[in-house]
Design a protein around this ligand. Structure first.
Ligand SMILES: [Zn+2]
Length: 137
């Protein structure tokens, strides 16, 4: 399977920070909407790369014995995700949605592959929208 999903990076970032240093390289394997639907319960854990079988090269959250590798959960609110995005934009000057590419994921199909569209947040400039970095010109 092709990797088509744009992961919620900032949600993952916040979740890792909440769990601590041990989670710095952990990956999300599940996220659930909780509360009013804007907050998430994020499950993430240590991964390894499969070295044999039909899924060779893919990552898994299970050890060779089939048990889950070290993992944990964290609640990440919408406000915390937005705050992490804002911090990223002020530190890098890049758009937090498209990461300076100006393009965001639109759709994927077997026939047409991945399609992108102009990023709505930055209007395709790839730069953080005004107000975050260029306010004090
Ligand atoms: Zn953008």
């Amino acid at each position: 399977m092709t990797t088509i999903q744009q992961p919620p990076n900032f949600m993952e970032l916040v979740a890792r920070q909440k769990i601590g240093d041990k989670a710095s390289a952990w990956e999300i394997f599940k996220w659930e909407r909780i509360g009013d639907g804007n907050d998430f319960l994020i499950s993430l854990g240590e991964t390894r790369t499969k070295t044999s079988g039909v899924n060779k090269g893919q990552i898994t959250w299970r050890g060779l014995d089939g048990r889950m590798l070290p993992n944990g959960k964290a609640v990440v609110t919408e406000a915390e995700t937005q705050s992490a995005e804002a911090q990223h934009e002020s530190e890098t000057g890049n758009c937090s949605v498209c990461g300076n590419t100006g393009q965001s994921f639109a759709s994927w199909s077997v026939a047409e592959g991945t399609k992108y569209r102009t990023c709505r947040r930055c209007n395709g400039t790839g730069k953080a929208p005004s107000g975050s970095t260029e306010a004090k010109a």
